[in-house]
Design a protein around this ligand. Structure first.
Ligand code: IFM
Length: 455
């Protein structure tokens, strides 16, 4: 079979996050997601993360699965309330111990840990003080980052400060579909600023504590395509790109918040004409701290046909003309070329020294068949075609260093609860049995060959 080889040293990994897999809720502090899950109707199936995949109890088995797959790296997040149950002050030794043991286990299995410090599970006690709308939360994050870096930094070199600040701010604080579930446009923009600011502040702290640290941030990016050539669609495309992509990319890469977006927000009376009040002198410089890599989470493109403000419900951005067979069960269009487009765009427009795809994957519910296999052909095709586009981007000069499949395990998919399965490993939530899906077997081959089938 003809294959396309990846460069030597290319990192093949899988990703998860604490709240989505860990369970063991009694042995940590509460997060905003625990509270959000208790809100009637907030989670599609009424579930929560209290048990999830019981990863805290089963991590040794899970690392063994990773080894079986031949993973070179594993990206996981640290639960802030497991380390600091009330967000600051008294730390939990057993909480830190868990991550110690996980890291040791990974290293013993030859798997490089990539640690994400914040994947949305803010300690509830900090939310009571205003959460991310308060600047003090950004300060608390830096203290927390320091604690984790001090503890794991002798063994962990790769650090991601934040996962998808767009989702944490806009979906959590404006759309209200995620924790903390508020609907406040200015609050969402303020949150985005404090998330980015805490990133900027934490990077030098991590570097100071971790020898040879590589520190970055993960953004969820999506190509924006106008539905037609009509000027209103073109204008809307630019605005949505500004809101979704440039609002985060520009400040991280030293350009400050995009002027056209600030003007747009001011015209809609979301922010004053003088700018976002939360931005103090020096903040944009802090956010622009050089990073060692940018992490990109890619799932789909958005086809824009409306200018609804500031962020439309996701549905308005999907391509309604894509046939159902070409969507995942999240309803997201399967559009592998968008990964290439995103990587090339970021490379040309922002020139980060290195890039990782820190998440890519698909929700399909295919379960075990009678012979025991899990024939998730659609996910396998999804991964194959996206790997091919990553390869194409590398050929076009993009410094892509690695790829993390989302997700290692089926897990708690936020407001969708357990209705969506993104894992390459099937999880039976009753028995906690794990089973490699066909996509995992395919991935094992790709990793072993460091190559993807050409067709
Ligand atoms: O499950 C999420 C993950 O937590 C962040 N990125 C997108 C995934 C799928 O929705």
């Amino acid at each position: 079979m003809k294959t396309r080889a990846f460069p030597g040293g290319f990192v093949w990994g899988a990703a998860t996050s604490a709240f989505q897999i860990e369970g063991a809720a009694d042995s940590r502090g509460e997060s905003i997601w625990d509270e959000f899950c208790r809100r009637p109707g907030a989670i599609e199936d009424g579930s929560d993360g209290r048990r999830a995949c019981e990863h805290v109890q089963r991590f040794e088995h899970d690392v063994a699965l990773m080894r079986e797959l031949g993973l070179g790296a594993y990206r996981f997040s640290v639960s802030w309330p497991r380390v600091l149950p009330t967000g600051r002050g008294q730390l939990s030794e057993p909480g830190l111990d868990f991550y110690d043991r996980l890291v040791d286990r990974l290293l013993a299995a030859g798997i490089t840990p990539f640690v994400t410090l914040y994947h949305w599970d803010l300690p509830l006690a900090l939310q009571r003080e205003g959460g991310w709308t308060a600047r003090s939360t950004a300060e608390a994050f830096v203290d927390y980052a320091r604690i984790v870096a001090k503890r794991l930094g002798d063994r962990v070199r790769h650090w991601v400060t934040h996962n998808e600040p767009r989702v944490a701010s806009m979906v959590g604080h404006h759309l209200g579909r995620h924790a903390p579930g508020t609907q406040d446009a200015l609050g969402a923009l303020t949150t985005s600023h404090h998330l980015l600011l805490s990133h900027g502040w934490a990077v030098p702290e991590i570097r100071a504590l971790v020898p040879k640290a590589e520190v970055g941030i993960t953004l969820d990016l999506a190509p924006m395509h106008a539905a037609t050539a009509a000027s209103e669609h073109q204008k809307a495309r630019r605005l949505h790109d500004g809101h979704f992509n440039r609002w985060f990319l520009d400040p991280v890469f030293g350009r400050g918040y995009p002027r056209d977006m600030l003007r747009h927000f001011a015209e809609r009376e979301v922010v004053p004409a003088s700018g976002l009040p939360a931005v103090l002198p020096g903040d944009e410089d802090a956010i622009a701290v050089p990073i060692d890599f940018l992490g990109i989470n890619y799932y789909r493109r958005n086809v824009v046909r409306t200018e609804s403000f500031p962020e439309p419900e996701d549905e308005e951005l999907w391509d309604p003309s894509a046939p159902l067979s070409e969507r995942t069960e999240m309803g997201w269009e399967v559009y592998p070329e968008g990964l290439w487009e995103t990587l090339v765009r970021v490379h040309l427009d922002y020139a980060p020294s290195a890039l990782y795809v820190t998440e890519n994957g698909a929700s399909y519910s295919t379960g075990p068949s009678e012979d025991g296999s899990v024939p998730d052909v659609l996910r396998l095709d999804f991964l194959r075609t996206h790997f091919q586009q990553a390869h194409r981007a590398i050929e076009d000069g993009v410094p892509l260093r690695g790829y993390f499949v989302w997700s290692l395990l089926d897990n708690f998919e936020w407001d969708r609860g357990y209705t969506q399965r993104f894992g390459i490993v099937w999880v039976d939530y009753e028995t906690q049995e794990r089973r490699l899906k066909d996509s995992a077997l395919f991935y094992r081959r790709v990793i072993a060959d460091n190559a993807v089938p050409a067709e």
